[in-house]
Write a protein that binds this ligand. Structure first.
Ligand code: BGC
Length: 247
């Protein structure tokens, strides 16, 4: 059986599981640990080491994929919206490899989720342009054209009405400001309309924890583009990181 371990580092939680990369099924329970306050490199790396130990470790022959909430270019983290600014410019892939004593595959979290949905979910066999957005601590994005991922799109940081889009419309903002579904959906409407204007996509996919309850907010949106929840909900990052590592 083709298997790989996927670790999804987010602004709030760090999750991991062993994945059957042929089918996209989880082979173990998902373990979730809180992202350490401040999100510093040392603390996050230590939490990932701990999480892998809690999963029972991982054999060297099993590929290990790690996805992270920042621009990832040639193994370096080039931004840090919801983690410590110390990540900016860091050779993060190397640091994880040193701490874990083995190779990893390292990518942006939304790109990993997008890849998982192409391979095992809502973007499978979809032609044209798919935009996956993860609505969580921030807003992540994956651009997929005819099944090919175009990495590091960072559409959560589009400036809309003079504001960073994720600061208005991320799920964490709904929670922080106690917005009801209707008020949050108004912000999502503005955001997705803007994406439609810029990209004329063929499909939107919504990931992140809130994609577990799509019935609460997707029917409140009026868009020209079909919009569906990620098939793998909040596990898409884990699956994508594992699948990319096994390629
Ligand atoms: C980051 C992205 C990330 C997204 C979701 C944004 O703030 O800039 O790189 O994909 O949050 O975690």
């Amino acid at each position: 059986m083709a298997k790989a371990l996927g670790i999804d580092i987010g602004g709030t939680g760090i999750k991991g599981a062993l994945v059957d990369t042929a089918t996209g099924e989880l082979l173990t329970d998902r373990i979730k640990l809180a992202t350490p306050d401040g999100g510093s490199p040392d603390d996050i790396i230590a939490t990932v080491v701990d999480l892998i130990a809690q999963l029972g470790g991982v054999e060297d022959a099993v590929p290990l994929g790690v996805c992270f909430p920042a621009i990832v270019k040639n193994g370096r983290t080039m931004s840090a919206a919801n983690v410590s600014k110390k990540w900016i410019g860091l050779k993060a892939e190397k640091l994880f490899e040193k701490a874990l004593g083995r190779d990893i595959h390292f990518v942006n979290d939304a790109d990993a989720a997008g890849y998982a949905e192409v391979r095992y979910g809502a973007a499978k066999d979809v032609t044209g342009l798919v935009i996956l957005t993860t609505l969580g601590t921030g807003i992540g994005s994956a651009l997929i054209y005819n099944g090919v991922l175009i990495p590091n799109s960072e559409l959560g940081h589009l400036e809309i009405d003079g504001k960073d889009a994720e600061k208005r419309a991320a799920y964490s903002v709904k929670e922080r400001d106690n917005l009801d579904w209707k008020d949050w959906a108004k912000r999502l409407q503005v955001y997705y309309e803007h994406l439609e204007l810029l990209f004329s996509p063929d499909l939107f996919i919504v990931g992140g924890g809130v994609s577990k309850t799509p019935e609460e907010f997707l029917p409140l949106l009026t868009l020209d583009t079909p919009i569906v929840p990620a098939v793998h909900r909040n596990n898409a990052g884990i699956l994508g990181a594992a699948a990319l590592a096994s390629n």
